[in-house]
Design a binder for this molecule. Structure first.
Ligand code: PMV
Length: 366
């Protein structure tokens, strides 16, 4: 049975909230992630058109706590505050997300929820916060289920359900529930992979662990002119759509083989082509838009030159925005950070960049 049907069946057992006094609290800290093989294009219910592969970050995270009590009125009350402020754009999305989970978590309708959230990175940094925000909240809701009903009854089942629920809030959030490398989406090459949730990946590489860092170079913190929902929708009827989905499936296999073989040239090539393909798809869509700016291209040029000169593992990738994720090996941190300070901060808005690295996944706060 697929996860959707499993959780819909399970929901029958989650309707009657056991009585409790006063309020209880759960909290999770959940990180963002950066995709090396990109998810771009979705089907109903936020199912991806192709598998994607990411690594989870460490320093870019959301902390969310949910205080819950038995509802006082006929309607459940949901309040949301972000860094102490209640009137945020995100409020509507959080309420909509919560209500969309009632099929799977019917007990939520019996509760009043007070949700408080904060990010480790500035709200307006241009960094996608939906992966960390949605996964943090989904983890909190799964924890409430556990506290009230004692299920899911294993760590694996808990994380699988949290990933499934996160996906419904933001596709890429499905990957944030696990640490290190994470695959989301059915891939013939990976047993156990599914479109419905992420799965953790363990690579055994010829060169030892691929311990990656991510310097996120902020070239603009402006609100994106095309949001990711609109962006995904541009893949419907895109002339390259089928070719792209096939390419992503192939790139998953090629990237995994290259990591296992310790083939840095291929790893870099695949990562960078994925980033450029993502943006080429945007430019050639019906809407025909580009999210990149001059400084994005200048940094990309600098990265290519530096790599040629120093023969070092350094690559770029991009999210749906103009900020460059500079990917390097942790062992090269000193030389890379020195180069960023000397040559790259001048392309960053107010010299701002985020020093991040591969992380071990979410942490329960209470
Ligand atoms: O999770 P969404 O709907 O915001 O989509 C994210 C898409 C990319 O960040 C561009 C790629 C990815 O796989 O994370």
């Amino acid at each position: 049975m697929n996860l959707k049907d499993t959780y819909l069946n399970e929901a029958e057992m989650l309707k009657q909230v056991p009585a409790f006094e006063g309020s209880k609290n759960v909290g999770w800290k959940s990180p963002s992630n950066i995709a090396l093989i990109k998810y771009w294009g979705k089907r109903n219910d936020q199912l991806p058109q192709n598998p994607s592969l990411s690594f989870t970050l460490k320093n870019s995270f959301t902390e969310t706590s949910v205080e819950y009590s038995l509802k006082k009125d006929s309607e459940s009350q949901i309040s949301f505050s972000f860094e102490g402020s209640e009137k945020t754009d995100f409020h509507y999305r959080i309420i909509k997300f919560t209500q969309s989970l009632y099929h799977y978590l019917p007990f939520l309708q019996q509760l009043d929820l007070k949700i408080e959230s904060l990010n480790s990175f500035p709200h307006s940094s241009g960094i996608a916060s939906s992966a960390s925000a949605m996964s943090a909240l989904a983890l909190c809701y799964t924890s409430i289920q556990f506290d009230l009903f004692g299920t899911p009854d294993s760590k694996e089942k808990f994380l699988e359900k949290a990933s499934f629920l996160s996906r419904l809030g933001s596709g890429s959030a499905a990957r944030s529930v696990f640490g290190n490398f994470v695959l989301w989406g059915k891939s013939e090459a990976i047993p156990g992979s599914t479109d419905e949730a992420g799965i953790p990946m363990h690579f055994i590489s010829k060169n030892g662990d691929l311990t990656l860092s991510d310097a996120i170079l902020i070239t603009s913190s402006d609100k994106k002119k095309v949001g990711s929902s609109m962006g995904h929708s541009q893949m419907e009827g895109h002339p390259w759509a089928e070719m792209r989905y096939e390419q992503a499936r192939e790139n998953i296999s090629k990237l995994i083989t290259s990591i296992q073989a310790g083939n840095d040239v291929n790893i870099i090539n695949i990562i960078e082509k994925e980033a450029l393909n993502l943006h080429a798809l945007m430019m050639t869509s019906a809407k025909g838009f580009s999210l990149l700016n001059d400084n994005t291209w200048k940094i990309i040029d600098e990265i290519r030159n530096f790599r040629n000169k120093k023969k070092i593992f350094v690559a770029f990738t991009l999210d749906a925005g103009p900020n460059v994720h500079l990917i390097y090996r942790q062992q090269d941190a000193a030389i890379i950070k020195d180069w960023i300070q000397k040559e790259l901060v001048k392309y960053c808005e107010n010299g701002y960049w985020i020093d991040d690295e591969i992380g071990s996944g979410p942490e329960k706060l209470n």
